[in-house]
Design a protein around this ligand. Structure first.
Ligand SMILES: C[S@@+](CC[C@H](N)C(=O)[O-])C[C@H]1O[C@@H](n2cnc3c(N)ncnc32)[C@H](O)[C@@H]1O
Length: 216
């Protein structure tokens, strides 16, 4: 069984689309998408030989020849024209930005991204390229992770608050999002107390306003 983090990514993949998973490692996610008949064809891209060999092993072990396609590629450099959805997960923002900057982003209708760091910078980067945040989820899997589905559609500019916390997350206010905000709040209050400072007062008050539905 795959991790909750990868499962939540899989749940945001539309059926019958061709997927390119950048930095696939063991190709656990592509394998799940194929075996659960969410997709019929998934490219598993890798820049490193070791992980690419892992992908090849997965193809053999799960008899996915012709469906799970290993691609030796830096980001999307070797991606074919039939790709509908690009998945990039389990990496930091700077690696993800390098991957996005090295391709023609407008070639792709959907990006499904889980960045381990600076999710706000990621929202800003792709919204400035005219991508809409169609859906997003917070997942708890030992840590809190955010998964975002971007689609190449026109949108109204996002507010600073939406860039920081996520337009869909702010609207939906589900249990995991509220737990995440409470966790952030506790951490900031503790840091302020330990350092005997008011460094994070502004951020604390911002999170409290979101949590208790007060106007910002
Ligand atoms: C931490 S693993 C993440 C694996 C999987 N995507 C996940 O979410 O669990 C990162 C993988 O990305 C690969 N990688 C890093 N930079 C890459 C790039 N520019 N192009 C393709 N693969 C890359 C690494 O070789 C590594 O296997």
């Amino acid at each position: 069984m795959i991790s909750n983090r990868l499962l939540q990514i899989a749940m945001l993949v539309e059926r019958n689309k061709v997927v390119f998973d950048v930095g696939s490692d063991h190709a656990l996610l592509p394998c799940f998408l194929l075996e659960n008949v969410i997709c019929e064809k998934v490219y598993a891209g890798e820049i490193a030989e070791g992980p690419l060999n892992n992908v090849k092993e997965t193809v053999k072990k799960h008899h996915l020849e012709g469906k799970l396609i290993p691609v030796f590629s830096d980001g999307l450099a070797k991606a074919e024209d039939d790709v509908d959805i690009v998945i990039i997960s389990g990496m930091g923002y700077h690696t993800i930005k390098h991957i996005l900057e090295s391709c023609e982003v407008e070639r792709y209708q959907y990006f499904l991204i889980q960045s381990n760091t600076d999710v706000d910078l990621l929202r800003r980067y792709l919204s400035e390229k005219n991508y809409t945040i169609e859906d997003e989820r917070i997942v708890f899997d030992g840590f809190y992770y955010q998964v975002i589905r971007f689609s190449a559609d026109l949108h109204e500019p996002y507010s600073e608050l939406e860039i920081k916390y996520g337009p869909v997350l702010l609207k939906r206010r589900d249990e995991v999002f509220i737990a995440y905000l409470k966790d952030q709040l506790d951490k900031l209050i503790k840091i302020n107390e330990i350092a005997n400072k008011s460094q994070f007062d502004e951020k604390i008050s911002e999170i409290e306003k979101i949590l208790y539905n007060k106007s910002l």
